[in-house]
Design a protein around this ligand. Structure first.
Ligand code: ADP
Length: 330
């Protein structure tokens, strides 16, 4: 590593900035200290001084001796202060480096998360893009293309484009900065009904029964964001259930919070998988889910729950089913 490269590294630059501040303070303090002390040393000795040291008639020699003593005092003070500054420089370098490392650690962690996010996002984008490219290239290479072939190609293109649209929407949802939301009185039953209506078509295709058991209850929340959160959880519950299964939403009013539970009897998750499900791009079983998800739904759900000052938790048993719970404080 050459010196230019070394000096460009953030930790060295930040350490040097800290060290500069420390040294400016130390040298500044030393200068002030030296000047005030030197002024005191240079003060001509008054009659009180001569009387305290027992000299009645100060002559030229005594004066000369006092001046020399002041000069040597100044020199030794300067030496001591220089020494203090050298020690400050050595200790300051270490302290600056430690401080810089401490300051940069969270920034580096955020950068690493960001880099991984970009790498994962590019990887997810590549799959539908490659598929789009391939189907179109294959179709173009054919001398003649029948109507049914053309239809099959277009259908594949539409599927890939749908995946891309879903992925870009999810990425935008995750990347957008959370804005403060205004809470209003919201009827829980209405939110449940509207989120169920949004996933009903998927449930119908899979012959999955959707039920809800919610008494009328008003909560202070943001209706659209809560609906979006429930849609993500309902969508997963349907996606990870076997055909002909059932998914239910319960509303439980407790002392401190209102719990909305989305319960399915689907494939469930192992303990190991449960530790990662809220991580971006994590999929417990990619072979089963590649076509339908990118592992971002639950990360968005967590973000939405945060914006709603609610919490999101999950319990699950492999091959038995899962329960996702949104707790909204009362
Ligand atoms: P995806 O788009 O893959 O569904 P999510 O972030 O919504 O991404 O979920 C992450 C992973 O958590 C899923 O890939 C799946 O393995 C698991 N998962 C989420 N919800 C359920 C559920 N209701 N039942 C079983 N597994 C689930």
């Amino acid at each position: 590593m050459n010196i230019k490269h070394y000096l460009r590294s953030p930790i060295v630059r930040l350490s040097l900035s800290y060290l500069t501040i420390i040294m400016i303070m130390s040298i500044g303090f030393s200068c002030v200290f030296f000047l005030t002390s030197a002024r005191e040393l240079d003060k001509p000795a008054g009659p009180e001084y001569y009387s305290t040291v027992g000299v009645r008639d100060p002559d030229h020699e005594v004066d000369q001796w006092l001046r020399e003593r002041a000069a040597s005092g100044r020199a030794s003070l300067a030496m001591n202060l220089a020494l203090v500054n050298v020690i400050t420089l050595i200790l300051g370098s270490g302290v600056s480096y430690l401080l810089a490392r401490r300051t940069l650690r969270p920034i580096e962690a955020t950068m690493k998360i960001q880099e991984r996010f970009i790498a994962d996002a590019s990887h997810e984008l590549r799959t539908p893009l490659t598929s789009l490219l391939l189907t179109n290239e294959v179709a173009l290479r054919k001398k003649r293309i029948t109507d049914s072939d053309a239809r099959a190609h277009i259908e594949q293109n539409v599927r890939d484009l749908q995946q891309l649209t879903k992925l870009s929407n999810e990425l935008l949802d995750l990347a957008s900065v959370s804005q403060p939301v205004t809470f209003t009185d919201v009827q829980v039953q209405d939110v449940i009904a509207s989120s169920m209506a949004q996933v009903q078509p998927q449930a119908d295709v899979r012959k999955i029964t959707l039920t809800s058991s919610a008494d009328p209850y008003i909560v202070k929340t943001h209706s659209e964001k809560l609906t979006k959160l429930l849609v993500i959880l309902l969508d997963n519950a349907i996606k990870y259930s076997d055909d002909g299964g059932s998914v239910a939403i319960h509303c439980i009013v407790r002392d401190k919070d209102v719990q909305l539970q989305i319960v399915d009897q689907g494939i469930g998750m192992s303990k190991q998988a449960m530790e990662h499900i809220f991580e971006r791009f994590y999929r417990a079983d990619p072979s089963r889910t590649t076509a339908n998800g990118h592992g971002l739904g639950l990360s968005i759900a967590v973000k939405l729950a945060g914006e709603l000052q609610a919490t999101l938790s999950a319990t699950s048993r492999l091959h038995k089913g899962s329960t996702f719970t949104v707790s909204i404080p009362r």
